[in-house]
Design a protein. Structure first.
Length: 283
């Protein structure tokens, strides 16, 4: 993806959150943050969530997501692009919606058990139909057009939406924690996406697991859980076997003790779900 596409597709709000930067005051389309390069008592950085840009009234400088990474990390464009590569571009993009550059307005019409034949078939194709009770059928309206998909709830009340045609997040992007009261914070299993988690649930030994589970819903969300992971005696990783997953694995291995890389179990496949689908095709 080229620089211009990255500027459009990486959410500036999510990028700032990855640096633990949050609005001092905001409305639906804009917000004020403290400056990126100095301390101040009155916020001067105006962020436009619709245009995905920022303007510093104190210096007169304009920023996009690439230059924001550059100024915070004091790095080159090339290194900034590497940092931005960990973000899930798809979460702000829907294949069914024409990209007009305008703010995407959504409305959830109905949340129900999965009943639509197309969604049932989609779950069967991904070999996780047995876990349908862990997801919902979401009927929603996006920019005045109606759609439906499989929805997985995150901890901010947003839904990760997946279907044959869509990969988006409705609402605020966030992780999903699944706690087990029988687990005294001994082990946490980390999954990159919820289809990997559902696949794990289909594996026989998972039925007896008492571990907590963390679904990142995007590796860019790792910064939100770094402190909480310190509470666990063991961290087991079920991340993707791609550059993004490997980079996230390296960060976790460098910051925590007793980390097990479970991606070796499905080496040669992109992720746990792809391996699980391939394994079951051969049965």
């Amino acid at each position: 993806m080229n620089c211009e596409k990255i500027k459009e597709k990486v959410s500036i709000r999510l990028l700032l959150e990855s640096f633990n930067l949050f609005p001092v005051k905001e409305n639906q389309k804009t917000a004020f943050y403290f400056a990126l390069d100095r301390e101040e008592k009155i916020p001067s950085l105006s962020v436009d969530f619709v245009k995905n840009t920022a303007f510093d009234f104190g210096t007169g400088k304009s920023y996009d997501v690439i230059s924001i990474v550059q100024i915070i990390n004091k790095c080159s464009v090339s290194d900034a692009l590497k940092y931005l590569s960990k973000f899930d571009y798809a979460m702000v993009y829907d294949k069914n919606v024409q990209d007009t550059g305008q703010e995407k307005i959504f409305h959830i019409i109905q949340v129900s058990d999965v009943k639509h034949p197309a969604l049932i078939q989609y779950l069967k194709t991904r070999k996780v139909y047995e876990q349908r009770h862990l997801v919902k059928e979401i009927n929603y309206e996006l920019n005045d057009k109606k759609f439906f998909g499989i929805g997985f709830l995150n901890d901010s009340g947003g839904y990760e939406i997946r279907s044959k045609y869509a990969k988006i997040c409705l609402g605020q992007k966030e992780v999903t924690w699944i706690k087990n009261e029988l687990n005294p914070k001994n082990e946490v299993l980390i999954f990159e996406g919820f289809f990997d988690y559902l696949s794990y649930r289909n594996i026989g030994k998972a039925e007896n697991s008492i571990s907590d589970c963390l679904i990142l819903n995007s590796t860019a969300m790792l910064f939100k859980v770094k402190d909480r992971l310190k509470d666990y005696h063991k961290v087991s990783l079920f991340l993707d076997n791609d550059a993004n997953g490997k980079a996230t694995k390296e960060i976790i291995q460098n910051n925590y003790d007793n980390v097990e890389d479970c991606s070796l179990f499905y080496i040669g496949f992109k992720d746990l779900n792809e391996w699980f689908c391939n394994f079951n095709e051969k049965l």
